[in-house]
Design a protein around this ligand. Structure first.
Ligand code: AMP
Length: 215
């Protein structure tokens, strides 16, 4: 399947993407994970974007498009991909449309994960992430804590609160979402690709997508 997952930070795009990869071998492509990996590795790219990410601002469109142009041509994307956190702006959506046309790739749909703001705020402030750039497993102190406090079940690395998950950074990310990313809902509606889904439960989203795709 070839999907775009739309929705505010904390809507559950990453969790849904992970569940979907188990269905047909499609790969999850999270620009946030790629960028955090670069920051943690201390690469030139990482140094360039660290302060932008910490403040909850968006990384420049061209930089994201360069990363995605390369990523979408890797062989593991042939079976399908789940775009998680990309595109994030109208210029990214337009550039993606042009890129996919050039590569001869057709999207199945753009799924908009709808979650009430109170749920989003609660999820983000209680979310914890594995600090290992290769892992980045996601936990929640209330609903899904690691077996040993502060230690990743999967790789044993420290589990931390992301720099951009302080209350200030979260409210800034939500403002950025409303201003820059929410307009993508109208964009994909016009393209005839939009599906809105109630995303209070990730499994309900997965079931709705399966039904739409006839899986
Ligand atoms: P996420 O893990 O998707 O919440 O992304 C974390 C941070 O990475 C965002 O707050 C942005 O700073 C940056 N980021 C991720 N994806 C994009 C994108 N498509 N365009 C611009 N910045 C992005």
């Amino acid at each position: 399947m070839k999907l775009i997952l739309l929705g505010a930070p904390g809507a559950g795009k990453g969790t849904v993407a992970k569940l979907l990869t188990e269905l047909d071998g499609s790969v999850q492509i999270s620009t946030g994970d790629i960028l955090r990996g670069a920051v943690n590795a201390g690469s030139d790219l990482g140094k360039q974007i660290e302060s932008i990410m910490k403040a909850g601002d968006l990384v420049p469109d061209q930089l994201i498009m360069d990363i995605m142009e390369e990523r979408l041509q890797q062989p593991d994307c042939e079976k399908g991909f789940l775009l998680d956190g990309f595109p994030r702006t109208i210029p990214q959506a337009e550039a993606l449309k042009e890129l996919l046309e050039r590569l001869g790739i057709e999207l199945d749909m753009a799924v908009n994960l709808q979650v009430p703001r109170e749920v989003i705020l609660d999820r983000l402030t209680t979310r914890r992430t594995c600090s290992n750039p290769e892992c980045q497993a996601i936990y929640n102190v209330k609903s899904n804590p690691p077996k040993v406090e502060g230690v990743c079940d999967k790789c044993g690395s420290p589990v931390i609160q992301r720099d951009d998950e302080t209350v200030e950074a979260i409210s800034h990310r939500l403002e950025t979402y409303n201003e820059k990313t929410a307009p993508l809902i109208g964009f994909y509606e016009k393209e005839g690709l939009l599906t809105n889904v109630d995303a209070t439960s990730s499994q309900v989203v997965v079931d709705a997508i399966k039904e739409k795709l006839g899986l």
